[in-house]
Design a protein around this ligand. Sequence first.
Ligand SMILES: CC(C)(COP(=O)(O)OP(=O)(O)OC[C@H]1O[C@@H](n2cnc3c(N)ncnc32)[C@H](O)[C@@H]1OP(=O)(O)O)[C@@H](O)C(=O)NCCC(=O)NCCS
Length: 191
Amino acid sequence: MCNITADLKEWFKIHSGTHASKWFRFFFFLDEGLQTVILYRMASWFRKIHLTIIALIILKIISFIYKTEFGINTKIGKGLVISHTVGNMIYANCGKNLWIAGDVTLSSEREKGLMQIGNNIKIGMGARIIRNVKIGNDVKIGANAVVIKNVPNGATVVGVPAKIVKIYGKKVNNKKNKFKRSEKSKFFPKI
Ligand SMILES: CC(C)(COP(=O)(O)OP(=O)(O)OC[C@H]1O[C@@H](n2cnc3c(N)ncnc32)[C@H](O)[C@@H]1OP(=O)(O)O)[C@@H](O)C(=O)NCCC(=O)NCCS
């Protein structure tokens, strides 16, 4: 349960530059992402003390009201932030500071176990991780990316299937997987 303090800290960090309504959402407890995270922490706590049935009921309530589905074995470290709750499926072992934009799928074949996701991860809107892959630390997954391979530390991956475009902020020259500039202009002629 003590993870909640870290979750709140991370929520404020992520929303630091945004408009003042965050205070309104915080004080009146109106943020659906925060509500989901707090309920998830309660479920994890019940799971930890072997009251699995209560944990399952809470997870069902989360999925019914907020449309975010957590697996009963999902583990997420401190600093979880969910910006939009609709459409998330989270079946994974995740480290600290995970930001989920919304409509995100983290789910692979059940028999292969849970995927491993590192620390300091940002997952963009609509992204899917659909195999039992390992995601390193400090990774950014672009909106609508479909990740089917392991992702190394510091990588930014985008596209379908997802390709690395940056490592720790430095662009990766991934010519094989990209259009050349000249090819791009054929598809998008200047008007
Ligand atoms: C992936 C992301 C974090 C990258 O941000 P960044 O480090 O600033 O990267 P850049 O904008 O410099 O993009 C690097 C390259 O990836 C491409 N790219 C970026 N995001 C992409 C995406 N989602 N899908 C496909 N390509 C993408 C860019 O066009 C660029 O390609 P180029 O080098 O050929 O021009 C960001 O684009 C993203 O998708 N953020 C998620 C946003 C979101 O979900 N917001 C919801 C708010 S609730």
